[in-house]
Design a protein around this ligand. Structure first.
Ligand SMILES: O=c1ccn([C@@H]2O[C@H](COP(=O)(O)O)[C@@H](O)[C@H]2O)c(=O)[nH]1
Length: 277
């Protein structure tokens, strides 16, 4: 999906919601446990209940990898089931020496390899340019680079001073030079919703790049603050919510309650979009 397609989707659906498919088999409603693939059955119901309200889905790989081969199968079926009008994110936080990153990129982007065809993958910047370039070599795919994450430990390295800046600012500025002037067309940054205070500074460095913003809901980030300081004329935000939506109910009404949570976020997003000039 291109930058303009993603932007168009946001205004058409009046939403910049990303539903995080962090499906933990231990948290599934008990009535699903007799299914042959309960994780996929759950995901399918969540997708059916939220597809018109969301522009992106983000399975976090940890939840699937922890299930071994069964998890990969559930992931692949889930990805294949996702509607075409949704941006797909493999939240895998990969990055290694170039030779190895090339294989990670193949895994998520080349369907002839592992059967996966994500639009984007989250990548850790710590190992530098040669660890990120193999992902960027896939011209029609996106890299979502960790910049300022939502967790308390983000202060340990990301907030360290480097010259006149903090490390996350160096990451944002430097990564843009790896792609060229149109970097916003396939380079996003992860900024936690719990870091909304920094969004004005981040927008000064990355005025057009989409930001993937996890941390509303269960982690306490404010959708209002993120929207106020992060929205751009093209939308520019994908705000993720996982647990709040997936586990709104542990009963037979889980999909209905998930929809209600997603709808509440989508309605707030529509109001924020209406304030754009
Ligand atoms: O800075 C980051 C980067 C990634 N995440 C991931 O997003 C979701 C958040 O889940 P919630 O249940 O909505 O808190 C999860 O997959 C994290 O691994 C993040 O939270 N912060």
């Amino acid at each position: 999906m291109t930058y303009s397609e993603l932007s168009e989707l946001i205004f058409r659906k009046q939403s910049y919601l990303c539903v995080g498919l962090d499906t933990d088999p231990r948290k599934l409603p008990t009535h699903l446990l007799g299914e042959s693939d309960p994780v996929f059955t759950f995901n399918k119901a969540i997708i059916d209940a939220t597809a018109d309200l969301t522009v992106a889905y983000k399975p976090n790989l940890a939840f699937y990898e922890a299930q071994g081969p069964r998890g990969w199968e559930s992931l692949q079926k889930t990805l294949d089931y996702l509607p075409a009008d949704c941006f797909t994110i493999a939240d895998a936080k990969r990055g290694d020496i170039g030779n190895t990153s090339g294989l990670y990129a193949r895994t998520f982007f080349d369907p002839t390899a592992a059967g996966l065809h994500f639009d984007s993958v989250t990548v850790a910047p710590y190992m530098g340019q040669d660890s990120v370039m193999p992902f960027l070599d896939y011209n029609h795919k996106w890299v979502i680079l960790l910049a300022l994450t939502s967790n308390p430990g983000s202060a340990d390295f990301q907030r360290q001073p480097v010259a006149e800046q903090e490390l996350f600012e160096v990451v944002i500025e430097t990564a843009q030079t790896w792609v060229g002037p149109d970097h916003h067309e396939r380079l996003m940054f992860v900024v936690g919703a719990t870091q909304a205070d920094e969004l004005t500074r981040i927008r000064a460095l990355a005025p057009k790049n989409f930001l993937l913003v996890p941390g509303v809901g269960a982690q306490g980030g404010s959708l209002t603050d993120v929207s106020r300081y992060g929205l751009t004329p093209d939308g520019g935000l994908l705000v993720n919510a996982s647990r709040n939506i997936l586990y709104a109910s542990s009963g037979a009404d889980f999909a209905e309650r998930a929809r209600a949570e997603a709808q509440s976020l989508q309605r707030q997003m529509a109001e924020h979009l209406a304030t754009l000039p």
